[in-house]
Every structure is written in C-alpha cells, then in structure tokens.
Design a protein around this ligand. Structure first.
Ligand code: AMP
Ligand code: GLY
Length: 425
C-alpha cells in the first residue's frame, strides 16, 4: 500500500516510523514532511492546509490511504474532501473535528451530556465578558474559542489580568478570529494526563497514557511551548482512574458525538486534569498529540496500519490494539530562544540508534545533503526501556549524542512522574 501522511513535525515522523513496521506498506509520502522525515518517506513539500494540493497529490501518487495528522487541515475539512474523491482516511471529518476547533462547542457538548469539566461561561460580547470577570472567582481561565497553536489559554490571577486577557483576545485579536468568542472557566488543580484514543465512532480504545511538559524551562517555569518532552505511561493515571475515565468521559464523549450526528473517527485526545473531585476534561484534541505520539506509538505492539484501517472502516471492535508494559521518554531538543525568536540553519549531527531508540525530526531542512535546523522544536530523542527511570536515562543519553549549535533541552523531563512513582510506593 502507498500511504500519504499530511503534516511535517515530530509527531508525523513517529507515525511514519510506526506505519512502516507493517510489511504491507510500500511507499510513504509526507506532505510537506521535512528534511529529517525524508529518511523515512518521500517528502512532497507544500502546505498541510492546502486541501486541493493534498487531493491532487493523493491522485498523482495513487495512494491507498491518507493520514491527516495536524489539527488545522482536519478542522478545515481535508478528510471530507479526500473521502469525496474516494480516498479512505484516518482522521475526523470537519463536523467532528469541531470538538477541537471550537472550545465553545466542546464545553457545550460536555454540559449537555454531563461529561465532567471545569464550570464555564461563553461570551461573544466583550462588555458582557468584562462585567463577568469583574466578579468571577479567581484565578480565571480565559480561552480563545478557536485554534491558537496551543497558546490561546491565559490563566489570570487578578481581575486586571483577566480584563486584559479578554480585551486582548476580543478587541486586540491577538489570536485572530479565534478570539471572537471566549470561554471563561473555573481554575482547576491537579496532575495533568494526556490520553490519546483510537475511535471509529462506536468503539473507543484508549492508548497508553502520557505526560507532557509544556513550559520551556526546568521546574515548569517560563513560557508555554508546544511541548518540551513527554513520558509514558503517566504514573498518576492508575487503573482505577482509567476505569472511571472510560465510564464517565471516554464512552460518553463518543456517544455524545454520535448522538449529535458528528461521529468521530480517528485519534481523539483527552487532555485530563485529575482534580481532588475526580478527573475533568481540560480539552479535547481531534488528533494525535505532539510530543505525546513520540512516546505512545513506540509502546504499541500491534500494527498501526491495521488499527488505522479498522478505524476508517468502522471495524475497531474486531481489531487488536496491544501496548507493551514498558516505558518511554521523549526529550525535545529546541533552538535557543524558542518559543520566541531563534536562529536556524545549524547543521545537525545524528548518532546511530539502537532498536529501542529513535530520533523524531520536527524542524529540519535538507540542504546540499546536510540536515540543518529550521524550527524552534528541532527534534525529539526517544527511548523505550523496562521502566521509567531507565527510559529517562536512555533518552537523555541519546539526546547528549545529538549535536547542533544553539541546542537546548529541559533537564527534568520525567522528574515529576518519578516523584509520583515514589509517592505510590
Ligand atoms: P488547553 O489549551 O485548553 O489545553 O490549555 C492549556 C493549559 O492550560 C492546560 O494544559 C492546563 O495546564 C491549563 N489549563 C487549561 N484550562 C485550565 C483550567 N480550567 N484550570 C487550570 N488550568 C487550566
Ligand atoms: N502536546 C499537546 C498537544 O499536542 O496539543
């Protein structure tokens, strides 16, 4: 089979590496891909949100199956366009991707179907939002309704900050039209857990849990990023909590989407907070997480291709999705200055990797046969081992064998998880 993977980051590299373990896979095309992904797929370049170009590429290369990985093309309806031309896809259609595309939609869905989440109010009128924050509980969490590269969430400790957040989103449009509607939420506390799941709209199969590290600096300090590293499984996510989430969150969400006439097929990502009152949904994503995918997929023992075909064909209930009991860690190497201004164009030296190690390239370009940095998050050093301490040590040992100028990483990926393991003993 020839497969087209839409996207070009570390997540897509991890997906491509896993797909290629299935012997039925002949050629993988990536659109756009990147200079590092080029070692594993034919990179077509272009733009992941250019729907006509993706449909044309699927035709030209006679692909048998398309995986649409990033949120924006899913929210724009790329899967609908591909399926209309007869290409089977992994990924939700536009009417289901709205679960990530609009926070107002997902909050209203949870309220309607009794799915536990933070209490909230939605506003399309700035004056109404301002008078609400004049008296609401603090801290207040102010969220832009639409996609905002994971940055549209402001946690406001003071009324002044909350007013400023509302103004900057609704009037200043710092997140563009995403801020035309804002959601203001109750502030929750507790460990965060990412649970990615496969679903064909009827059956939901959670993958192994994971923990992201969103802040740029050690000790969860500094600015928010797309994610500086991940570990799996997440030790806070016990089997009791998993059972509770299945009953109160995962199944009710799948059923709610179906009842709304928006059956979700693809990877549904549950961003959860384990509060003192039980698990709550912080956010839904309509896609694989980045860099969660880099630790979750290496632990998948079954064929990813088989599962994706089953999701697309509505046969997930009959398909095996088995995960190993090992642990995985991903350490992101980024360019100094990320998530703000950074330089690019530095040569990357990659080491040989063992079977339980891999490097997922996120931001690199090939020039004259050389791999050069081209993004803020450049790559993820990923390792699998028998337990979490070993996986963390191995991922850092791998990261330390990779070189490019201006590289930096957090040095404490997995430390919170290790503490949680200690507390469990
Ligand atoms: P989101 O983009 O909705 O995932 O939010 C980004 C981050 O903001 C989350 O990963 C949480 O750390 C934090 N956050 C979002 N909503 C809340 C909330 N209601 N209470 C506390 N923290 C939150
Ligand atoms: N790592 C968080 C996300 O993919 O949204």
């Amino acid at each position: 089979m020839n497969i087209l993977v839409v996207g070009g980051g570390g997540r897509e590299h991890a997906i491509i590496k896993k797909l290629k373990e299935d012997r039925r896979v002949e050629t993988v095309y990536a659109l756009p891909g990147n200079g590092g992904i080029a070692a594993d797929a034919v990179c077509l370049g272009g733009s992941a949100v250019d729907i006509p170009a993706v449909v044309a590429a699927a035709k030209v290369h006679s692909v048998d199956f398309v995986v649409v990985a990033p949120d924006d093309p899913l929210v724009l309806g790329m899967v609908d366009a591909l399926e209309a031309e007869g290409f089977p896809c992994f990924g939700p259609g536009k009417n289901a991707a709205i679960i990530e595309g609009s926070k107002a939609f997902s909050k209203d869905l949870m309220k309607k179907y009794g799915i536990p989440t933070a209490a909230y109010e939605t506003f399309t009128d700035m004056e109404a939002a301002l008078s609400y924050v004049a008296a609401c509980p603090l801290p207040a969490v102010v969220k832009a309704d639409g996609l905002a590269l994971g940055k549209g969430v402001l946690i406001c400790e003071t009324r002044e900050a909350a007013r400023e957040a509302v103004r900057s989103m609704m009037e200043g449009r710092v997140f563009g039209d995403s801020g035309a509607t804002v959601v203001i939420e109750e502030f929750l506390t507790g460990p965060e857990v990412s649970v990615l799941s496969f679903t064909d709209g009827e059956t939901v199969v959670p993958m192994v849990s994971s923990m992201d590290h969103k802040r740029v600096l050690d000790g969860d300090q500094g600015l928010n990023t797309g994610g500086m590293g991940t570990v799996a499984p997440n030790p806070y996510y016990t089997s009791e909590i998993a059972a509770e989430c299945m009953e109160k969150i995962f199944l009710p969400t799948i059923r709610a989407m179906k009842a709304e006439g928006r059956p979700f097929r693809g990877c549904l990502y549950f961003g959860l907070m384990l509060t003192p009152d039980g698990p709550r949904v912080i956010e839904y994503n309509c896609r694989f997480g980045d860099p969660e995918t880099q630790v979750v997929l290496p632990l998948l023992e079954s064929s990813l291709l088989e599962i994706m075909l089953a999701v697309s064909g509505g046969r997930l209930a009959e398909t095996e999705a088995r995960f190993s009991n090992k642990s995985a860690c991903c350490v992101i190497l980024a360019s100094e200055g990320y998530p703000q201004k950074y330089d690019r164009g530095f040569p990357i030296t990659l080491p040989e990797t063992a079977a339980d190690e891999q490097v997922c390239i996120a931001g690199a370009a090939k020039k004259d046969g050389k791999l050069l940095t081209s993004g803020g998050r450049v790559l993820g050093a990923v390792a699998v081992a028998e337990d979490l301490p070993a996986a963390i040590a191995k991922a850092y040992a791998l990261a330390d064998r990779i070189h490019f100028d201006n590289a930096f990483c957090r040095r404490d990926i997995g430390q919170r998880a290790l503490k949680a393991l200690e507390e469990k003993k």
